[in-house]
Ligand binder design. Structure first.
Ligand code: G
Ligand code: G
Ligand code: MN
Ligand code: NA
Length: 254
């Protein structure tokens, strides 16, 4: 209850911040996107991580206005980076199942694009398998409308749920984000390596891109490249950073 009450004030008090983690295309070795990750700068507690407040926000419905803020802020920031000499940089935003259930998500996405002027092709929306399998009414149609507008859609934590090939084909997403749990153990675990290879092959068959999450060392990155994975994200390159630090990181990476 205490967290819920103070979380309610986080938005009007402007205590929410986005950090951004770069996503690197393995072929060209360049930064193609960033994932926006929410933090709460809670007075007296320091920077609170999403695992400690997103569930509270979901339970209270606060995730709807918070998610709206995230969409606006991420699109605004991406448009600013474009104007500042990073055209085409994609920003990926995590969505919660609760946002789908509560009606205004489609309008929220439209409004964030309209007010920022961001090219819809530079916005990526991250869904989870569990979200899709709950079969929220209309989710397939909504994803199709987003795709028709050129908005990118990816499946986060891929491999931890049960999406079938047939479902993925119908859904028409752009990209699978291979869950960190498979990536972490790949080096020492034959089974995890086989799972990652299978996901990459499956994605290729369906003409989807793949990104590996949680890449922490260079050997793993080159192995993933050899296996045909398109992109990587992880501490090897950078932790999620505040916008200003990311800008510095980007200049140094080039
Ligand atoms: O860095 P990390 O602890 O940031 O993020 C943990 C998890 O929190 C992410 O995997 C993601 O699922 C969730 N998360 C981060 N930012 C957001 C956000 O803006 N909205 C939602 N719904 N989830 C987020
Ligand atoms: O949305 P999602 O669960 O995919 O968000 C990514 C999460 O993974 C965030 O909590 C982020 O801080 C974390 N993360 C990103 N890169 C790495 C990494 O290389 N290692 C570990 N352990 N965690 C990472
Ligand atoms: Mn994510
Ligand atoms: Na993930």
């Amino acid at each position: 209850v205490e967290t819920r009450d103070t979380l309610r004030l986080a938005l009007p008090r402007e205590e929410l911040v986005l950090h951004y983690q770069p996503q690197i295309e393995l072929g060209a070795g360049r930064v193609v996107g960033v994932e926006a990750l929410l933090r709460w700068n809670r007075p007296g507690h320091g920077l609170v991580m999403p695992g400690d407040f997103i569930p509270v926000a979901e339970g209270s419905g606060l995730i709807v206005p918070m998610g709206r803020w995230v969409l606006n802020e991420a699109c605004r920031q991406a448009a600013a980076w474009h104007a500042g000499g990073r055209p085409g940089l994609v920003v990926a935003v995590n969505l919660s199942a609760v946002q789908f259930g509560q009606g205004s998500l489609e309008q929220d996405v439209d409004a964030a694009l309209a007010s920022s002027g961001l090219d819809p092709a530079c916005l990526e929306l991250e869904l989870t398998e569990s979200m899709l399998l709950r079969d929220e009414p209309g989710i397939l149609d909504l994803v199709r409308r987003w795709r028709t507008r050129g908005i990118q859609v990816s499946i986060d934590d891929f491999g931890t749920g049960y999406s079938s090939l047939a479902y993925l084909k119908r859904l028409q997403v752009n990209k699978l984000k291979i869950d960190r749990s498979f990536i972490v153990d790949m080096a020492g675990n034959q089974e995890d390596r086989a799972i990652v290879q299978a996901i990459i092959e499956m994605a290729r068959t369906l003409r989807l891109k793949t990104i590996a999450e949680g890449v922490e060392d260079a050997t793993l990155a080159s192995q993933l490249r050899f296996m045909g994975c398109d992109e990587v994200q992880g501490y090897l390159y950078s932790r999620p950073l505040p916008a200003s630090e990311l800008a510095t990181w980007l200049r140094q990476f080039d």
